[in-house]
Ligand binder design. Structure first.
Ligand code: ATP
Ligand code: MG
Length: 655
């Protein structure tokens, strides 16, 4: 069991305030890399350690399986719950699925629909539409937006009009597809539930009071990470979980809302203290992830946003030592950009950076191909995250079908019996003990091994899992396009990179039409601002090295057809050059102050009046005894150390 000292260790005063806030509503509004996830895990530890809740009464939710896994592993490392008595940290979908399995009425069978596209295609044909794969994808995401926003087929046309939804077919045709799709799910022997239905039905079941009482006696403390990503339907489920209670901690960054096209909205985050006037509100602005150079760029990009809601004006203050200035690079065409990036990656790897500490991030998955080719040619290992995805591979599809069939026959108890049945099912597909020869067999073998590692991870997290539950858990991850971690340089879309961090990040293809993407430019300012937030998310993934590249044409035909993204207009990539304090206008002599854009006094005044006056008194006292010039330098060094909360090195003070 951790004690309070251990729980608070490595937290700054604001983070500690969030951890120690009394039971009840807490909202942490904070920028990227400020330690939100660290803070909420410590708060959970404190609530348990102080006896306010039992581990099994805590439900922590987030939006991606990777983020939920991250929460679980950080909680495990805090050692707050005894074995078999762990805190539930899950995605909204997984929590809803678990709840449905428990409360679902007997005699009514249902199945999880993990691929909705074929059913949407059938519905589109039924209403007489001719679709392409692109329009089908758009129809599917339109249905997801509507369901996430609590909009029924009957209400769709009115809402889509108000929201100005850009759809491949007229709004009434989309509504007809939506309606047909919903009816088709209720048509067969089983009820089919898609991912949004899990959330909808879980909320509905709690409306029946005996379920609600049962559920609420089990869970007494709720925590939501990345709260800016919540959709109205998920918010409704969260409210159903809570009932009249208010033991809820939410953490989020409105500047990282990048899923509003899918119905996510930061309004609940920004509105939190209005809905919970007694809430403890904590703002964090110290960025522990990135160098001051990266932080400065992030601040400039997000600071230039045209429209700011109150509560989003959060300036990050970098805490790490200085690093390299973000490097822009313009190329004549796409192949040159890909080769240039691969060459730079090779350079980093040769200088000692591990490939798994490097990421190449782009706007759309189609952009990955040229970077894959260039990296292959350069002999650098890589993995593509979140695109086609792993679960769409033929051998994985086959494995999932075989596992489902096996689960239908048996419902074995867990642990070793399940870590054995899975292996027996996968063996005929090519999961041998030793690596096979030949590229095709080897690729299959690697995929199956990766699937096996996901299975092991699930069983380690939730021991006692039956095969049937394991299969639904895998289906959930498939639906969330979870690509298991592998070694090598990560290639990912900006969306898929959220919440992750690497030593070196390459933001590529930074042209108008890509970032912001053409469709967003066509839709107008609001959509362009979402693209700006996406760019901000990309920048803030870098711990140290940040490369920004773009190319002026697709192929080397000689004519520039593109231009650099507007988000870099007027940006100073080298903050060391800017010379005046943005608060008081004083000239910035100290390099540290130049990077931060604020003189040391202004940085300290933000934080601690008494320290400033103590230091001023100290300066006046020394000025009488020593040379003024030397004293000014010493004082600046000390002020910097204090402003940044670094320990003061007595030798640097030259006493
Ligand atoms: P994001 O918005 O990208 O999700 P976040 O706010 O959740 O970021 P974390 O991932 O919790 O940030 O923290 C970012 C990094 O800073 C992590 O490596 C974390 O361990 C570290 N960190 C957090 N708080 C502190 C602290 N007080 N002192 C030192 N390091 C810290
Ligand atoms: Mg986080």
């Amino acid at each position: 069991m951790p004690d309070l000292h251990r729980i608070l260790d490595g937290l700054d005063p604001e983070q500690q305030r969030a951890v120690l806030a009394p039971r009840g509503p807490v909202c942490v509004l904070a920028g990227a890399g400020t330690g939100k996830t660290r803070t909420i895990t410590r708060r959970i530890a404190h609530l348990i350690d102080s006896g306010q809740v039992n581990p099994s009464q805590v439900l922590a939710v987030t939006f991606t399986t990777r983020a939920a896994g991250e929460l679980r592993s950080r909680l495990r490392s805090l050692d707050i719950a005894g074995p078999g008595n762990s805190v539930q940290a899950q995605t909204f979908h997984a929590a809803a699925l678990r709840q449905l399995r428990y409360f679902w009425p007997r005699g009514l069978s249902w199945e999880l629909l993990d691929h909705k596209m074929p059913l949407v295609a059938r519905a589109a044909r039924h209403v007489g539409l001719t679709t392409t794969s692109e329009s089908l994808r758009d129809l599917t995401s339109e249905i997801e937006w509507a369901k996430g926003s609590l909009i029924t087929p009957g209400e769709y046309v009115a809402h889509a009009g108000v929201a100005g939804r850009d759809t491949p077919f007229p709004h009434d045709a989309v509504a007809a597809v939506f309606d047909t799709y919903e009816a088709a799910k209720r048509d067969g022997a089983h009820l089919l539930l898609d991912f949004d239905d899990l959330i909808i039905y879980a909320g509905e079941l709690l409306r029946e009071s005996d379920h609600a009482a049962d559920f609420r006696s089990r869970y007494r403390c709720f925590v939501v990470d990345e709260y800016q990503d919540i959709t109205p339907v998920q918010q409704r489920l969260l409210e159903a979980w809570l009932g009249e209670r208010d033991n809820l901690t939410v953490v989020g960054d409105a500047n990282q809302t990048i899923y509003s096209f899918a119905g996510a909205t930061a309004k609940y985050l920004l509105d939190f203290t209005r809905r919970h006037p007694e809430a403890t509100l904590v703002r964090l602005e110290r960025d522990y992830r990135s160098t001051p150079e990266v932080v400065s760029l992030a601040n400039q990009v997000i600071g230039a946003a045209t429209e700011r809601s109150p509560g989003t004006r959060l300036e990050l203050v970098g805490q790490r030592p200085r690093g390299p200035v973000p490097r822009p690079a313009e190329f004549a065409d796409d192949p040159r950009e890909a080769n240039g990036v691969a060459a730079q990656i090779k350079h980093l790897v040769n200088a000692g950076t591990s490939p798994s500490e490097i990421a190449v991030l782009y706007r759309v998955n189609a952009q990955s191909e040229r970077f894959e080719e260039a990296l292959t040619e350069a002999g650098i290992p890589y993995q593509v995250r979140g695109s086609e995805a792993f679960f769409m591979r033929t051998e994985i599809g086959q494995a999932m079908r075989n596992l489902e069939a096996a689960a239908g026959r048996t419902d074995l108890p867990a642990g070793a019996e399940t870590t054995r049945v899975v292996r027996a099912v996968l063996a005929p597909l090519g999961l041998s003990e030793t690596e096979p020869a030949g590229p095709t067999a080897k690729a299959r073998w690697e995929s199956l091994r990766t699937l096996m590692s996901v299975v092991d991870e699930i069983i380690a997290d939730q021991p006692g899992m039956t095969l049937r539950r394991l299969v639904s858990e895998l289906a959930l991850r498939a639906g969330e396009r979870h690509t298991p971690a592998q070694v090598g340089v990560t290639l990912a879309s900006l969306h898929a990179a959220k919440g992750l961090e690497w030593d070196a990040v390459f933001l590529v293809g930074l042209t108008e039409g890509s970032v912001p993407i053409t469709q967003a430019i066509e839709r107008g300012d609001e959509a362009v601002e979402e693209e700006r937030r996406l760019f901000y998310v990309g920048i803030t993934r870098a711990r140290e090295h940040l490369y920004l590249s773009w190319s002026l044409s697709r192929s080397g035909a000689g004519r520039a057809t593109r231009r650099r993204t507007r988000f870099l207009d007027g940006i100073d990539l080298d903050p060391n050059r800017s010379g005046r304090c943005t608060v008081c206008g004083a000239e910035l002599v100290n390099p540290e102050s130049r990077v931060r854009g604020r003189c040391a006094s202004c940085r300290i005044e933000d934080r601690d009046e008494s320290l400033v006056s103590a230091l001023r008194a100290w300066r006046a006292d020394r000025a009488q005894r020593r040379g003024v010039r030397e004293l000014a330098i010493l004082t600046d060094a000390m002020l910097d150390a204090v402003a940044d909360r670094r320990p003061v090195d007595a030798r640097s003070l030259g006493a």
